[in-house]
Write a protein that binds this ligand. Structure first.
Ligand SMILES: [Zn+2]
Length: 397
């Protein structure tokens, strides 16, 4: 059975499918339908057209949403829903070392269902349809909480540390990297939505990172990794010194750790982690040379600007990213490092601090995220055949 909704304006984002830039600057709107209608069945968009065309083509009733602008549903490209119970618990504004020290004791306790449900509700209310979620402790709980609210999510199983149980003698293999918590995921989740992510270049053995990336490549899944997030990471990788190194040595760093003496981005390239199926999260500390490497490899960068600001790790060179033509997406990161999971607030922060136009922000929130996660056949634009899910553009955009 067909239904239809009508809105003052529909931004389909179809014109943003091919290129991150337009000749007229950063992203105009080539794809606005004034007084538009979306025709849909229970799950799928059947048609998107103007009300006058709709009136000639269809005789079905239309629900008028009034003076609103519809956009494709949003895609949150970086989250840790298993940390939803950490809201308000960690120390902000004093750098990564203080933040992680304050958050760690709470990370040992499992997420509770109330915190998880509230976090997912917050995303539903802000028009989010899909979440790329880093997970290890509670993949099944998160998957069930998300799908119960008719959102979808990638479960990015996190590869962390320098020692793993080896099932094949002395040789580390991809199977060793999957946490046992993922065993109970439904078959559909394992087949479509499960992938691997490396925690970071400093926290995880290079062998494990390389094997994880190879597994993703051979299974046609994207790979993600926290990259170039904070100054302590840079000092540890380039010099092997600093407070962060001391902190890490107490928990995870092996005694014979030797720094690669490379910055994070060149080191990631050296390990073969960067390509068009990699999502590099944060990228706060990036030089022009780093940006050139990211661009050349086709890596997508996921910005988490409020998390960076709140923890106090610095500010990503967003304008330089845009000028270099990098593919950019947006994530909220977790409630351990953010006030909320509302992607519009992330976009407001980028708009107000980097003067990014709405078109560019919308691209990051929709089609760019869909492409990075390999779900552009389902989400990212308001087009025939895609999922019937949309967001309403807030009035201040
Ligand atoms: Zn993260």
């Amino acid at each position: 059975m067909l239904n239809a909704i009508r809105a003052r304006r529909i931004l389909t984002m179809e014109g943003h499918n091919t290129s991150p830039r337009t000749d007229s600057g950063y992203y105009s709107f080539p794809d606005v339908i004034e007084d538009g209608v979306i025709v849909h069945n229970s799950s799928t968009i059947v048609d998107v057209l103007s009300f006058s065309d709709f009136s000639q083509k269809y005789t079905i009733e239309v629900t008028d949403l009034g003076d609103v602008t519809l956009t494709p549903a949003l895609i949150n490209c970086h989250n840790h829903l298993e940390l939803a119970h950490l809201k308000g618990k960690a120390t902000f504004g004093q750098g990564f070392e203080s933040w992680i020290e304050s958050a760690l004791p709470f990370m040992a306790t499992p997420v509770d269902s109330d915190s998880l449900a509230k976090a997912v509700d917050e995303m539903v209310l802000s028009g989010t349809a899909h979440i790329a979620d880093v997970n290890g402790r509670a993949p099944l709980e998160v998957y069930e909480a998300v799908t119960a609210r008719h959102l979808s999510c990638h479960i990015q199983l996190e590869v962390f540390g320098y020692s793993f149980p080896k099932r094949n003698g002395d040789t580390l293999c991809a199977k060793d990297l999957f946490p046992s918590t993922a065993d109970n995921l439904p078959a559909e989740a394992k087949k479509r939505w499960m992938t691997l992510s490396g925690h970071a270049l400093y926290s995880t053995s290079p062998d494990a990172l390389v094997i994880a990336k190879q597994w993703c490549r051979s299974h046609e899944r994207y790979f993600s990794v926290h990259l170039a997030e904070h100054p302590g990471e840079e000092e540890l990788l380039t010099k092997g010194t600093g407070r962060f190194k001391e902190q890490l040595s107490r928990r995870v760093l092996p005694k014979d750790f030797t720094p690669p003496k490379m910055r994070a981005v060149p080191y990631a390239k050296h390990l073969g982690l960067l390509d068009a199926s990699t999502l590099a999260v944060h990228c706060v500390h990036c030089t022009r040379e780093d940006i050139a490497i990211l661009k050349e490899s086709g890596t997508t960068v996921c910005l988490c600007p409020r998390s960076n600001e709140l923890i106090g790790v610095g500010t990503a060179p967003v304008r330089n990213f845009l000028e270099a033509g990098l593919q950019l997406t947006i994530g909220t990161d977790s409630l351990a490092s953010n006030h909320d999971l509302n992607l519009w607030n992330e976009a407001r922060f980028l708009r107000d601090n980097f003067d990014i136009p709405t078109g560019a922000l919308l691209r990051m929130l929709t089609i760019a995220g869909a492409k990075a996660l390999g779900i552009e056949n389902e989400l990212g634009t308001l087009s025939k055949g895609k999922r019937f899910q949309y967001a309403i553009l807030p009035e201040d955009f």
